[in-house]
Design a binder for this molecule. Structure first.
Ligand code: KMH
Ligand code: ZN
Length: 303
């Protein structure tokens, strides 16, 4: 029997800037409100970052996370998934601090080091950062989003073994699936694994249907049946490739972290609007969406 479809909503992220959309949640209140509405609209999993309330700059401060996590937990039963990617400008210790404090059911785990191209968004960054950090964006051209084997093992030990957290394995290219399969063969990972195919980040695989077929074929070959996948396509391919992933038997991630629009040329007014749209598509295709508890049992979360 086909599993129900797990919708993840990535609520704010660290890539988009407040100058790109007035609807991007920035303060703890805004993040909490939009997360709760996204869960009510059908998101079983909420993937969460934090931002400095005044500037909107990505924040790794556990206190900022704790200003919205308990509120979301109290108002919904959604799975809370805390980013360990943070932003490519943070150290690993900074990236892990919020999750080490919250000990969530789920965290992201980025499966390889890479270039991470945010410099094409230069106008929005110029407008946003001019007061607090001139030259910020140009400097990111020389930054590696660092996720070495040692980093991955550290996260698995600290959060996986230490806290019973399970992971959204972020795979930005087929090589990341090979790394995941290697750790599985070493006995460091217990299935079923939950893979997020991250498509369309400059530096990773591009967001094209052929590439999604290739990612899925690679995962099938290297992981057998011991995994579930979800599709995240950055920017304008979000809904199209997400839908294709569902048709291929997978799950889907939406949210303003990954795309600011609801359709070409039109800003989404909220995360919930994107969740509601993908939910309509999923249901029109004849699938049911998973509740948070159904997502927990699919992924083997501690609950
Ligand atoms: N920003 C996305 C492309 C993370 O938070 O660990 C990937 C992401 C990384 O969600
Ligand atoms: Zn993220």
């Amino acid at each position: 029997m086909k599993n129900k479809v797990v919708i993840t909503c990535a609520v704010t992220g660290s890539i988009h800037t407040p100058t790109m959309s007035p609807h991007l949640p920035v303060t703890p209140d805004e993040i909490a409100e939009q997360s709760i509405a996204a869960a009510e609209a059908g998101a079983a999993i909420l993937h969460l970052h934090a931002r400095e309330p005044k500037t909107g700059k990505p924040s790794a401060d556990p206190d900022v996370f704790m200003a919205f996590l308990p509120r979301i937990k109290q108002a919904t039963d959604a799975v809370l998934n805390i980013s360990t990617g943070g932003s490519s400008q943070m150290t690993l210790a900074q990236r892990l601090a919020p999750a080490m404090r919250a000990e969530p059911e789920m965290c992201s785990l980025n499966m390889g080091s890479m270039n991470f191209g945010i410099f094409p968004m230069k106008d929005a960054y110029a407008e946003w950062t001019h007061d607090w950090e001139p030259g910020f964006l140009e400097a990111t051209r020389d930054v590696v989003f660092k996720n070495t084997f040692a980093d991955i093992e550290h996260i698995l030990a600290a959060l996986g073994e230490g806290c019973g957290t399970r992971f959204e394995f972020e795979c930005y290219d087929t090589g990341h699936i090979q790394t995941l399969a290697w750790y599985r063969r070493q006995g460091l990972l217990k299935g079923p694994l939950f893979l997020q195919f991250v498509m369309g980040v400059l530096g990773g695989i591009d967001a094209a249907p052929e590439q999604l077929v290739h990612m899925k074929a690679t995962a099938d070959r290297l992981l057998g049946g011991d995994y579930h996948f979800s599709v995240l396509a950055a920017g304008g391919r979000q809904m199209g490739l997400g839908t294709m992933g569902v048709v291929m038997g997978g799950n889907v991630r939406v949210g303003l972290e990954d795309s600011l629009t609801i359709r070409r040329g039109e800003l989404a007014r909220s995360n919930a609007e994107q969740v509601a749209k993908i939910r309509r598509i999923v249901e029109e295709l004849g699938h049911e969406i998973a509740t948070p508890d159904e997502a927990r049992s699919l992924i083997g979360l501690k609950g």
